[in-house]
Every structure is written in structure tokens, then in C-alpha cells.
Design a protein around this ligand. Structure first.
Ligand SMILES: Nc1nc2c(c(=O)[nH]1)N[C@H]1C(S)=C(S)[C@@H](COP(=O)(O)OP(=O)(O)OC[C@H]3O[C@@H](n4cnc5c(N)ncnc54)[C@H](O)[C@@H]3O)O[C@H]1N2
Ligand code: MOO
Length: 409
């Protein structure tokens, strides 16, 4: 019987790993200025060291630390001033015992100097002599050559999603053009005889399409490119033509609706009709979202998500994002998790991994996690939720007062 035997979440992920073994996105070269959110397709190593010369981290005087030993507010050390270092210019001076040179923050440290005394602890006496009122240790107030980045050091690993700081790091390390994975192309289809475009007037019984909007937005949030967004009737031929076209244009096709086993639920048959290996999952032990379909046609992943807007979003997060991460060989988990204390007992569905929507409230420096309830057709549930908790299939719900992990939405 269909949908009576379903796979667990772990089994489903294992099967996805198996069916998508060796499939990944093509790569392209881009300028680092365009690389935010893109995923590095190779390990990158620094082409230069940073800083390229020892620099002062304060406004003050470059000295030999040992000249300042014993100096204090009541007993200063007197040094001969050897002029200034200018910003952006090489330091021409050489520090020998008994000498000091003025260096601004970021300026080059003259040869021989091994510490900086901040200007606050120095008095300029006659233009040639300075009184130093504080002892400094070697290395104080200095950033050594190569201290930030060593030449040849790994700066970005393959599979890293690039953040603003990574782009700054690449610029500093002398890398301006990088190989990244192409953005995954996602095609979103809503199927249902009842569905109409949300701008249209409806007749009784018709339903305005929500899923192409939420699912496309979720794809964009994962840095994917949305290459199609359409509504199709529950008609085998029509859906087959649309999914066939979508497969040709994309890496991931997401069909919502028609995933169950009703007479008009044709998504699984359509996927199977379009090529090998076809559907390898129909039914997952999750709540919501049990009738989930996952297949592969050629190198394209094809998903049949439950039509209910909440279920479609949850299944997208759990399985479509999993495949998007896999295709891009993304290293880090994308989920942002926080810890809190559950404010009420939560029931689970034995044998199913349950995703419970929650709201968060900060109380006494702690996050209080409150379950919120609604039908899986109610999109408002998702807008009210700050996140969700996962209750494992063998876990008997959660007790009030228990600590839980919340995955933020
Ligand atoms: N005999 C069984 N029936 C059902 C089972 C089951 O295990 N055995 N599972 C139920 C569950 S759970 C779900 S979820 C649904 C999923 O069914 P479908 O994927 O076939 O979804 P539809 O019937 O097409 O739609 C469900 C519901 O959602 C509305 N919908 C669909 N698409 C959209 C859209 N793009 N925007 C807004 N709303 C949409 C649709 O009008 C329906 O009300 O199956 C159960 N049945
Ligand atoms: O599992 Mo269905 O997704 O609850 O409505």
C-alpha cells in the first residue's frame, strides 16, 4: 500500500546521498566584489603576507623596549628623537640604543625598534629629546610582518559560503578572481486544479497560490537562481510537459501539491515518467509533510512537496536545502540554532520526526520557548513562528522546563 511504509529522515538523507553521489554544480570564475554568499569551489591560499612590514598599532614613539625599563611617572627615561615616520612611506631611520622615532598608527616601524610607547606617556622636551614615563615590553604596540596572514596560508576552504570578512580577507591576501560553484537553478511549480494566481478573483472552491511565492523566496534566500515559477492543473500531460521543461532548465525542480495518493495526485507518476532513476522516496516519517516525494531525473533533483503551505516550507527546509547544500558542496550547516527552556509540554507523533513551530521570549537572560499551533494549511503559523524544534521519532514529546534547541526560521 502506498504511503503505509515510509522512510525516516535519516534514511531519506542517506538515500539522497546515494542517489546524488558525484553530482555537483558547474563552477565559474567571478570577481571577489561579486562573491558575497557564493560558495568557494577551491581552496584558496594567501598570495602575500599581511602586514607586509611591521606596523605600529598606536600613535607614539618607536623605541628599543630595553631603553624604557625602569621608566615610571616619577622617573622618566630620556631618549633622543630621530624625527617622524610618514604614513605610506618607508621608515628610513634606524633605532639604536637611546633613540626614538615618532610613528603614527599604522605607520612602518623603523629598523631596530621592537616596541611602541603611546604618545600619552611621552613628553616632547625641546624637539630633540623626549621623556618616556612608562616601560614597554618587546612587541608592545606592534603588528609584526605576516602576523595577520602568512604567505601561502589557507584563507578560504572549498565549500565555504563567503561572508563580507572573507571577501576582505581575499582582497588583503591578493586574490581577486575566484572559482565558485554556479548558483543552483531552481524551478518552482504549484500544481492543483483549485489554484489560481493570487492577483486573480476566485470562484468558490478556488484557492490562491501561496507556495510558488514562499518556495521561490526560500530558494533566493539560499542564493539560488529561480528560473521558473508556474501554476499547473492536476493533469498528467500538462504537469509532465511542465516538469520536463523545468528539468531541462534547472538543477532542482520543486513541485508542490499532488504529492499524496489521491486520484488526482500525479506528481510521483510524472517524475517517474521522465527518466531514470525517477522517484526513490515517496513518504517520509515526518510531521508535517509525510507524503513527500524525492526523485532524480538525469542530474536534476525533483521534489514533490505536500501542497499545504506549512508542510511545503518545512519539507523545503529539511530536504530541498539539504540537496542545495550538497550540490554546492557547502561545508557548514546553514541552520542557526539557539537554546532555550520549553514553556509547555509538547506532544509528538511516535514514529515520526515532528517539527513544532515555536515563539521565543527572553526572560531572566534565558530564551523561553513557546509552542504555537495551527493547521499545516495555515501560512500565518509560519509568520508568527520564530523557529521550530525537532522532536526525534523515538522521543516521547518534550516536558515543560526541558532544555531545547530551536532552529531559527
Ligand atoms: N490518504 C491519505 N491522504 C492524505 C495523506 C495521507 O498520508 N494519506 N496525507 C495528508 C497530508 S499530511 C498532506 S500534507 C496532504 C498533501 O497532499 P498533496 O501534496 O497532494 O496536496 P494537495 O492535495 O494538492 O494540497 C493540500 C492542500 O494545500 C492546498 N494547496 C496546494 N497547493 C497550494 C499552493 N500552491 N498554495 C496554497 N495552497 C495550496 C490545497 O488547496 C489543499 O488544501 O495530503 C493529505 N492526504
Ligand atoms: O503532513 Mo501534512 O503535511 O500535515 O498536512
Amino acid at each position: 500500500m502506498k504511503l503505509l511504509k515510509v522512510d525516516s529522515v535519516e534514511e531519506t538523507k542517506r538515500k539522497m546521498d546515494h542517489y546524488f553521489e558525484g553530482i555537483s554544480l558547474d563552477v565559474e570564475w567571478i570577481d571577489i566584489a561579486q562573491a558575497l554568499g557564493r560558495i568557494a569551489a577551491e581552496n584558496l591560499y594567501a598570495q602575500r603576507e599581511v602586514p607586509e612590514f611591521p606596523r605600529s598599532t598606536v600613535d607614539g614613539y618607536a623605541v628599543m623596549a630595553k631603553d624604557t625599563y625602569g621608566a615610571s611617572e616619577s622617573l622618566p627615561t630620556f631618549l633622543q628623537l630621530e624625527g617622524n615616520v610618514e604614513m605610506g612611506e618607508a621608515a628610513a631611520q634606524k633605532i639604536v640604543p637611546g633613540k626614538g622615532v615618532y610613528v603614527p598608527t599604522g605607520g612602518m616601524l623603523p629598523n631596530g625598534a621592537d616596541a611602541m610607547v603611546m604618545i600619552e606617556y611621552v613628553e616632547s622636551l625641546d624637539g630633540d629629546t623626549i621623556a618616556v614615563y612608562k616601560a614597554v615590553a618587546p612587541g608592545e604596540g606592534i603588528m609584526q610582518q605576516g602576523e595577520d596572514i602568512q604567505k601561502g596560508e589557507p584563507v578560504v576552504a572549498k565549500g565555504k559560503k563567503l561572508k563580507p570578512q572573507d571577501i576582505g580577507m581575499l582582497a588583503a591576501a591578493g586574490i581577486f578572481s575566484i572559482k565558485v560553484f554556479k548558483k543552483p537553478r531552481v524551478f518552482v511549480i504549484s500544481t492543483g486544479d483549485e489554484l489560481v494566481h493570487p492577483k486573480e478573483e476566485t470562484k468558490l472552491g478556488q484557492v490562491r497560490d501561496i507556495n510558488t511565492y514562499t518556495l521561490s523566496a526560500m530558494a533566493l534566500a539560499c542564493n539560488a537562481e529561480v528560473v521558473g515559477q508556474v501554476i499547473v492543473r492536476d493533469d498528467f500531460q500538462l504537469l509532465q510537459n511542465t516538469v520536463k521543461h523545468a528539468i531541462e532548465k534547472s538543477d532542482v525542480v520543486v513541485v508542490s501539491g499532488g504529492s499524496s495518493v489521491g486520484k488526482k495526485d500525479v506528481t510521483a507518476k510524472v517524475i517517474d515518467s521522465l527518466g531514470e532513476p525517477g522517484v526513490f522516496i515517496h513518504g517520509v516519517a515526518v510531521k508535517p509533510g509525510k507524503p513527500t516525494i524525492i526523485g532524480r531525473v538525469g542530474d536534476t533533483a525533483v521534489f514533490g512537496l505536500p501542497g499545504h503551505p506549512v508542510s511545503a516550507m518545512i519539507i523545503y527546509k529539511v530536504f530541498v536545502e539539504y540537496i542545495l547544500r550538497r550540490l554546492q558542496q557547502l561545508e557548514e550547516a546553514q541552520e542557526v540554532v539557539i537554546y532555550g527552556i520549553c514553556d509547555a509540554n509538547i506532544h509528538s507523533s511516535p514514529g515520526k520526526e515532528t517539527y513544532q513551530m515555536v515563539q521565543l521570549e527572553e526572560r531572566d537572560h534565558q530564551w523561553i520557548v513557546k509552542p504555537i499551533y495551527g493547521k499545516s494549511g495555515a501560512i500565518s503559523l509560519m509568520t508568527k513562528a520564530h523557529g521550530y524544534i525537532k522532536i526525534r521519532e523515538n522521543q516521547e514529546g518534550i516536558h515543560k522546563g526541558e532544555g531545547v534547541e530551536v532552529i531559527l526560521l
